[in-house]
Design a protein around this ligand. Sequence first.
Ligand SMILES: Cc1cc2nc3c(=O)[nH]c(=O)nc-3n(C[C@H](O)[C@H](O)[C@H](O)COP(=O)(O)OP(=O)(O)OC[C@H]3O[C@@H](n4cnc5c(N)ncnc54)[C@H](O)[C@@H]3O)c2cc1C
Length: 410
Amino acid sequence: MSDAHWPAPPSGSCPLPAALEVEVAILGAGIHGAALARELTLRGVSCALVDRGEVGGGTSQWSSQLLHGGIRYLLTGDIRQMREGLVERATWARIAPRRCRWEAFWMPHRFWAEGLAHRFGIGLYDHWGAERPGWPPELALGHVPPAAFAADPRSAGGPFRGATAYADLITWDRDLTRDLAASSQARVLDFHEPERFEEGEGGLKALTLRDRRDGTLRRLAARRWVFALGPWTDGALSRWFGETRQRLRLSSGIHLWFDPVPGCERPWAIRRPKGRILFVIPRDGLLQAGTTEREVEVGWAPIVASEREELFQALEANLPAVPWRQLPIRSEESGVRPLLAAGGATSHLSREAVLEKHGRFPNLTLVLGGKLTTARALMDRLATELTGSRCEASVTEPLSLWDGHPAQIR
Ligand SMILES: Cc1cc2nc3c(=O)[nH]c(=O)nc-3n(C[C@H](O)[C@H](O)[C@H](O)COP(=O)(O)OP(=O)(O)OC[C@H]3O[C@@H](n4cnc5c(N)ncnc54)[C@H](O)[C@@H]3O)c2cc1C
């Protein structure tokens, strides 16, 4: 496979031996793979976490970094997904309090009746999401006082007449993924390229891996296998096993990180057509704006000019008082969502995740689709299926911090 898009490996070598044997081999060290490693460790089951790049170096570092019920599901009517997300949001606040921060998001409205509809929908959202461990009492929800709304530069000259505040959790996605891996005792084989699988009677038996750092070959044997390869799943299955079935549809989204704008204190979530949300979030000393949706073919999707332009136009149409094109852009990023291929337009594809038993290899499970928010719950379920044992500690045991420090919380 071409190395063009993959981050170059660091220098040095991996201390692991040339042959390893574990109970479960996990390919893909994004939020799903890392969460599964923690679940297995909590159940006392050995595992290896393999990645072609580094832990948390794929889609799980390019998300909007929200642990949420998905306010958009109020519009699409997927209440079950929303309520699952709200339960999980509370779980993250409990197990990762130093990688999360509660926020009062403002959803602006254009006219009175829209404001009333927001008040009703958001009322339900905050009612169902009433479990908010560590909620800072100074954050106010519900109707935003007109003076506070008017004081925000984003309200000037635009289509909005007021706003309603709702609760959600902001995280640091890559750190959260690394914390999950650090909370496991997985043998971590990062920067390892899968080269050749061995098959046995029960399915997959072993995998030869090439260490991209120094070319060393390692053999990994396991009884069970899980592929959590995010948007790279279809490509990998085609390359490794000649499969042609397309399980996922890929949709890229971008974020632009601007210099901070004085007076923009609260994150805004602006409703757009087709159930999409435009986020404008002050965080980490910058202003994050995104996202868009564009169907793409591969897991690496560089930002195209039309995508950036679409985001600028949305910002200008909704928040015209801010000189968006003159603000310095500190960084920009593009991530690819692995969505379930249910057919139809990308905007209607499901954000839901599915565990698929592989047809040819009975000891292989594929993790398809999903979100940061629900990754722990899904991997809890998978670990229970794989090991036959439930684990209450999964929702209470605090995560270790991979760097030994809390994130930079403002
Ligand atoms: C723009 C955007 C915004 C989003 N916002 C949110 C949000 O606010 N909240 C939320 O809950 N979710 C959000 N999501 C969804 C969420 O980010 C993803 O669903 C999630 O990160 C997917 O995690 P994963 O572990 O499945 O995949 P990944 O994080 O992509 O992990 C897959 C791993 O597999 C590795 N890999 C690939 N090929 C190989 C190979 N051949 N061999 C070995 N390893 C390989 C990759 O290096 C990668 O590390 C967003 C997604 C996007 C794109």
